[in-house]
Design a protein. Structure first.
Length: 328
């Protein structure tokens, strides 16, 4: 993780120096974006694998919720803070502040201790990758979580069609489009805060299946709605259900995976997540082009519910999964 975080630190310093000296260019910006993206491919699975070594099993769902809340707050406040720094100083100052924050995170990471260390997993190889994939196939809880995540996002995602809804269906213009897009994040943030206050959910499998069902149903409501307040409420509920799903999936996957395989399984999970986001946008646009935007969204919600039924029926272990390990 420290090596992966060193890459954005170096990129921030390079952009700061280039901006201050007047040497900033589009190729340099593209190069730093590629470098940071490559570092993220290592950092994200490592971060996911680290969390279970820091907290006890019973506290893990709340730790995941807090991490998700922090991420949502960062995504919400980050652009605003950048704009404030640019207005108060200049663009170079943004890169300097970013470098300082990354350096502070590296210090915190260096001082961090874990409750236990994972057994040595061996060198990175094709055999190691196959081992991670084999574990996913063998473990019905992990397989079910990843399958639900991938296909619910592929079929149920409506984000790519929001401009059409704002312009042609709801006719609310740019401001309405902004409210629609922010309602999803607002719902996720509200649910994150609620999950940090409420008692931990023990029956994670049931909670995950319920969240995906609400996700699919409210996606259908959003697709059928022609009244803007109902659309905002439905899309906000989609965000709330998705946040419950994120927390339950992350908890179940991490706690069901041995320490030695956690990094590899997290990498596989990131592939599922990345593929589902891109394929979901493509699927939504393709179906909308052949039919209509409402049909694309509604049929996607129905498909999500069908996938939910198949997974719940084929993998009863997922339905019975509990955080505390007790029999369901």
């Amino acid at each position: 993780m420290m090596l992966a975080q060193a890459v954005p630190l170096a990129c921030s310093l390079a952009l700061w120096l280039a901006t201050r000296s007047g040497l900033a260019s589009l190729p340099l910006l593209y190069a730093t974006v590629v470098a940071v993206g490559a570092a993220w491919a290592f950092d994200s699975p490592s971060r996911a694998a680290l969390l279970p070594t820091l907290v006890a099993r019973d506290a893990f769902p709340r730790a995941v919720t807090i991490a998700a809340t922090n991420q949502a707050l960062a995504f919400t406040t980050g652009p605003a803070l950048c704009g404030w720094v640019i207005a108060a100083a200049d663009v170079a100052s943004v890169y300097a502040v970013q470098a300082g924050l990354i350096a502070a995170s590296l210090v915190a990471l260096a001082l961090m201790g874990t409750r236990r260390r994972a057994a040595a997993g061996g060198v990175v190889s094709l055999a190691a990758i196959r081992e991670g994939l084999a574990f996913v196939r063998r473990n019905p809880v992990v397989l079910g979580c990843m399958t639900l995540d991938m296909f619910a996002v592929i079929f149920g995602g409506a984000a790519a069609l929001l401009p059409i809804y704002a312009t042609d269906i709801l006719r609310v213009g740019p401001r309405g489009y902004g409210l629609l897009t922010s309602s999803l994040e607002l719902g996720a943030l509200v649910m994150s805060l609620a999950l940090t206050i409420l008692p931990p959910i023990r029956r994670a499998g049931v909670a995950l299946l319920a969240a995906v069902s609400v996700y699919g149903l409210t996606t259908i409501v959003f697709g059928l709605s022609r009244w803007f307040p109902l659309s905002v409420l439905a899309y906000m509920t989609v965000g709330m259900a998705d946040q419950v799903s994120v927390v339950m999936r992350s908890t179940a996957i991490q706690l069901s995976t041995p320490d030695a395989l956690r990094g590899r399984v997290s990498s596989v999970n990131m592939i599922f997540i990345g593929a589902s986001n891109q394929l979901g946008a493509a699927e939504s646009g393709f179906v909308a082009a052949l039919t209509s935007a409402p049909f694309s969204v509604v049929s996607g919600g129905v498909a999500s519910l069908l996938v939910l039924g198949i997974v719940a029926g084929a993998l009863p272990e997922l339905r019975r999964y509990r955080i505390d390990g007790a029999a369901a």
